[in-house]
Ligand binder design. Sequence first.
Ligand SMILES: Nc1ncnc2c1ncn2[C@@H]1O[C@H](COP(=O)(O)OP(=O)(O)O)[C@@H](O)[C@H]1O
Ligand SMILES: [Mg+2]
Length: 433
Amino acid sequence: MAAITMNHIVKRYGDGYVAVKDVSLDIKDGEFMILVGPSGCGKSTVLRMIVGLEDITSGEMRIDNKVVNTIAPRKRNLAMVFQNYALYPHLTVFENIAFPLRLAKRPEEEVRQRVTEAAELLELQEHLDRKPANLSGGQRQRVAMGRAIVRQADAFLFDEPLSNLDAKLRGQMRTEIARLQRRLGVTTVYVTHDQTEAMTLGDRVAVLRKGELQQVATPRELYEQPVNLFVAGFIGAPSMNFLPASVDGTHLETPLGRFDMKDERKAATVKDKPVVLVGIRPEAFEDASLVGAEQHARGSVVRATVDVTEWLGNELFAYVPYEAPEDVRRQLRDLSRELDSDQLRTQAVVALHPNSRIRDGQEAELWIDTASIHIFDPATGENLTRDEDRVAELAAQAEEHLVQLRKAQPAASGGAAGQDGGHDRARASRNPE
Ligand SMILES: Nc1ncnc2c1ncn2[C@@H]1O[C@H](COP(=O)(O)OP(=O)(O)O)[C@@H](O)[C@H]1O
Ligand SMILES: [Mg+2]
């Protein structure tokens, strides 16, 4: 059992800076939780408070339901998993994995047994006599995790472990970490500023902005039903487009043209707002000439002049500059800066089918999947059109998916069966009640 529960956690540093503001978060036993947000938003501070490397100013931190605010780091039984820089180059893979057991002066027989079991689970048996320098990046990652496994830690904590790697290796390691976490079923908290890592790794993702929690949800819910402009702009690449618009019944008057949002519910929600920001993801557009009649009827079409196109083989990006009032420009510029993004300028990014014949400088008919648009309050950033029914549906789907994963788990983790009490217990308690 190693659920991690945060109740109204605040961190004020010595110089008075409040880095974490009233964060409450329930991380379930066995869950893979991502903390994501731009640099400086307080992710590492939260992680360091979980491990005990940073004092908690106020609020309550519970691990396995025990308050740990004043418990020393080494007594929390958590493992920070570092990248290869934490491996000892002069030691073999075996001794690197065995390291915490050697420190704890465990008997030779126990060391041998635990390292062998971990190596089997990590498929490192053939490499135990090699040195880290001779291993691939993925293998080194597994050695680092092996060290955490032999400690029988209650949770794994990662702080941007892949940020120094090149794109290809980062992709491989991402898959590796996801696979291992699923097999081991150990509670994992993973910090990253990279939305792709957040989307691909997490059971759930907690989005932080300036020390405040914005939304905690499955990747699908974050993408489909973001609570505000910040989450909508942060999740998804390229970013969601935000267009200023005035509302007229079910119609929206935007710089890309006037179109029907075809949704009475959304229209009713925003009818009293003079000006709104309409969020349309790049992939919600299509070249209207490639859309069949049935799909056509489900959306709306605007005419716009395309500035530049980029053909990538699997898709075609078109860039459509638009005019916007100065205050909207300023708002989008500020948001862009905060998201560390060079997008969100007053230029719509549109992702089309690669067969599209739309080219630079042409006027194009663009179909919009109106069902997927969101409308935001420009003053507060709140998503006014979040669909609570759809949110509930997504939550039910996620729950069902987890149940299936857990059912599949005993077979998938056969190598680990009965290997150590800690992890077996963790896995068993992930089963649905
Ligand atoms: N020891 C410290 N003293 C004062 N401020 C700090 C200290 N450590 C971090 N901070 C500040 O707290 C904020 C959050 O830092 P951090 O948790 O490292 O962010 P992240 O990991 O999300 O990039 C930053 O603005 C940072 O400058
Ligand atoms: Mg950090």
